[in-house]
Design a protein around this ligand. Structure first.
Ligand SMILES: [Zn+2]
Length: 219
């Protein structure tokens, strides 16, 4: 079977055939009536201060087989919600990810060390994926040592970004790509990544297809 493009995290489903996309469903919004084939379900840290009702719904809906991952959730130093509120919310997602055996998709702004330390302490069995990873090679290496996965998005289109530099050193068995909430096509992201890595797009597709199969047990 030919390899498919995999978009690990998108807020803008395309529904295009021959593309596997994990559509982010944010619980602070109403759930769509018809869910795409693959989704993730979470409460964004930006909504950490008003999550009580959403939490009940997270517990209720996360078992649904279309939710193949939990998140996005995480820690964000720049936007609203206190650190304690965000951390509390993150812990609830971690518990659910372990209980339901579904990987965790993480949003992280300037809290990489805190999240790496959390994984070190909690030793979860499920994979944790930094989505939209855009941090230094040093942080990427520390996170790699603790078993993290990395999903690179539109930031790699800027060759000078930390993301582009980190991508070059990321082990291939930890690699994914995404468009997040941008209007960029996933093909463009793969084309740029293949260029940075100096490999053929087909090889990159093969790598991410293997990683997807390994983490999500399907394609
Ligand atoms: Zn997102």
């Amino acid at each position: 079977m030919p390899h498919r493009y995999i978009n690990l995290h998108t807020h803008r489903p395309t529904g295009i055939d021959n593309l596997t996309e994990i559509v982010n469903i944010e619980l602070s919004n109403t759930l769509p009536n018809a869910l795409p084939e693959y989704c993730s379900l979470g409460i964004h840290p930006w909504h950490a201060s008003d999550n009580n009702i959403a939490l009940d719904r997270l517990n209720k809906h996360a078992k649904n087989k279309q939710f193949i991952a939990i998140g996005e959730t995480g820690l964000d130093k720049v936007r609203c919600g206190t650190y304690e509120q965000q951390l509390d919310l993150l812990h609830k997602h971690i518990e659910l990810s372990e209980e339901l055996h579904k990987p965790l998709i993480l949003h992280c702004v300037r809290y990489y060390n805190e999240i790496i330390t959390l994984r070190k302490e909690l030793k979860p069995k499920q994979a944790w994926i930094f989505h939209g990873f855009n941090a230094s090679v040093e942080i990427m290496k520390q996170a790699t040592n603790h078993g993290f996965y990395f999903s690179y998005g539109p930031s790699i289109l800027n060759s000078k970004s930390k993301a582009a530099k980190s991508l070059l050193h990321t082990p291939s068995d930890r690699l994914f790509f995404e468009t997040d909430d941008s209007t960029e096509s996933i093909e463009n992201i793969y084309t740029k990544a293949a260029h940075i890595l100096g490999i053929q797009i087909n090889d990159l597709l093969s790598i991410t297809n293997d990683n997807f199969k390994f983490l999500f047990n399907s394609i």
